[in-house]
Design a protein around this ligand. Structure first.
Ligand code: ADP
Ligand code: ASP
Ligand code: MG
Length: 492
């Protein structure tokens, strides 16, 4: 964890000697608030209260779009590309109405409200121009989709910055465009870290050191030529960790609508428990296999510097959340299973080559199709001459099928889901597979793999069986005999 004085190298060219001089950098934290914390004026006023209570930690605040805003912006863009300009504009008008409603109930200073209404109107006009352009061309590129989606975070962060000012907190709104340089893979851009590190020092550090709270956007970045990019759906968590790593934060806090990382999705299982602490690797596996609470990339910038991530509930006072950091030194106290993630919308592709020559080229061909489509397989299993892939249902299934047909005979199995059982204690433990198979009972299993990390067992099964199988597995590992100090009962 980065704390207190950092030792930065200073070069003296005459003697070519590198000395290490202590440079005092003020400790700071990153606080990210997701759409669930920015749903309406009441939840946003919680955000203001929480930030105000953390001023002594010098926060940089990262804000997602208000709940559902990105979905609505995507719908607007799609309606425009289908030629439905009126429908696309109606989505935007409703979204502007929601923002107007929030700022009217959150703020009371008439000048501040009027100023924000001018900002809203400018965003509306920009969106209407985009709609008209897309409506004429009837073409929607990933670049244009990012231009649409960028408005969600740009608007919500304006309201939070104004709310903090009204609450007497000195704060400044900062456009992620001024520091979050990314590549130009629109829709799934990645940060160019070296430049981001330089730019955050120029843009975010100076206000912070004056005691001013910078408020910026998650999810969005910018190309070298100045176009907005996005880093993938749900990636505001990733933005927070990029900023945290770039600024050597003491910790990154992800404020959301649950008490922390839980033993399963509370929307599916009611007697979930909260996990007090877990490793970066476990959190990565869980989020990759469907636990929506964190974006999988969140851990990547932080683990090298061992900057902890705290997942906290913005709706409740007093929780301690879950801390994600390096694994505990001893594996003895670990429960065998930490948590179980699931997905209910997957498709399995089974591919076998038409000739049995050159297995490596066959595999390479399949992986290159996935790579070009920007599509990661949830699970892969191979037998001597065939390969099965479980792919998220939001991928272009028909496009993938056509491309995979070039490499072999393809069978598509729709209506699949997956369950991923994660835990450091799974490595080398005996009897765990028996318990998993017993709990799966008569579920229709398509694939099963003991993940290469040794941290997970992933089962691909009929989507209709996911919920029942999850309940049985949760009961098996977190019922009476799963009690452990590693867990807590959630606050309510
Ligand atoms: P935000 O808008 O704050 O980013 P998200 O909706 O992206 O919030 O993530 C929080 C949601 O993640 C929770 O409401 C919960 O339903 C879901 N979730 C899925 N799996 C888990 C899990 N293992 N632990 C906690 N939350 C989970
Ligand atoms: N607003 C974006 C989305 O809904 C990013 C995020 O919420 O993390 O995908
Ligand atoms: Mg999220």
């Amino acid at each position: 964890m980065a704390q207190g004085p950092l030792h930065l190298p200073v070069s003296f060219p005459i003697f070519s000697v590198t000395l290490f001089l202590p440079l005092q950098i003020v400790p700071m934290i990153v606080m990210k608030f997701g759409g669930t914390s920015n749903r309406d004026a009441a939840s946003m006023s919680n955000v203001l209260r929480i930030v105000s209570a953390h001023l002594s930690h010098r926060p940089v605040v990262v804000i997602s779009a208000i709940a559902q805003a990105t979905n609505e912006l995507e719908k607007s863009a799609r309606a425009a590309s289908a030629g439905d300009v009126a429908g696309a504009t109606a989505f935007v008008d409703r979204l502007m109405e929601r923002h107007n409603d929030i700022l009217t109930h959150l703020l009371s200073d008439p000048d501040r409200i009027a100023g924000l209404r001018v900002v809203l109107e400018a965003h509306r006009k920009e969106l209407v121009n985009l709609i008209q352009g897309v409506g004429i061309l009837k073409e929607l590129t990933a670049k244009t989709m990012d231009a649409f989606c960028s408005h969600g975070e740009r608007l919500s962060s304006r309201i939070v910055a104004a709310g903090l000012q009204e609450a007497g907190v000195e704060s400044v709104w900062i456009d992620a465009k001024d520091f979050m340089l990314t590549d130009d893979n629109f829709g799934r851009a990645l940060p160019l870290m070296k430049t981001v590190v330089e730019k955050v020092e120029q843009v975010l550090r100076p206000p912070l050191e004056k005691g001013i709270v910078p408020v910026t956007q998650g999810f969005i970045g910018v190309t070298r030529s100045g176009a907005y990019t996005t880093m993938g759906r749900e990636s505001s968590d990733f933005s927070a960790s990029i900023i945290g790593a770039a600024m050597n934060a003491q910790r990154v806090q992800i404020w959301t609508d649950v008490d922390g990382i839980l033993t399963a999705d509370p929307r599916v299982i009611c007697d979930v428990r909260k996990i007090k602490r877990m490793s970066y690797e476990e959190a990565f596996e869980l989020s990759y296999f469907g636990a929506k609470v964190l974006h999988p990339n969140t851990m990547l910038p932080l683990l090298e510097k061992n900057i902890p991530v705290e997942i906290r509930n913005s709706r409740k006072e007093g929780g301690t959340g879950t801390v994600v950091d390096l694994p505990a030194p001893s594996a003895d106290a670990l429960p065998m299973v930490t948590s179980i993630a699931c997905k209910e919308d997957m498709t399995v592709f089974a591919i076998s080559p038409r000739t049995r020559l050159n297995q490596y080229l066959f595999w390479e061909g399949i992986l290159s199709v996935l790579n070009r489509a920007g599509c990661a397989a949830g699970s892969i299993s191979t037998s001597e001459y065939s390969m099965a892939l479980a792919i998220d249902g939001n991928a272009d299934i028909e496009g993938l099928r056509l491309q995979l047909e070039e490499h072999g005979r393809v069978t598509v199995v729709p209506g699949q889901g997956s369950i991923c059982i994660v835990g450091k204690g799974l490595r080398g433990s005996s009897g765990v597979l028996d318990r998993i198979f017993a709990a799966l009972n008569d579920a229709k299993v398509t694939m099963i793999s003991f993940g290469a990390s040794g941290l997970n067992v992933t089962v691909v099964l009929a989507a209709a069986d996911v919920e029942t199988a999850l309940r049985r597995l949760h009961g098996e590992f977190f019922g009476d005999h799963g009690a452990s100090d590693a867990f807590e009962t959630p606050i309510n």
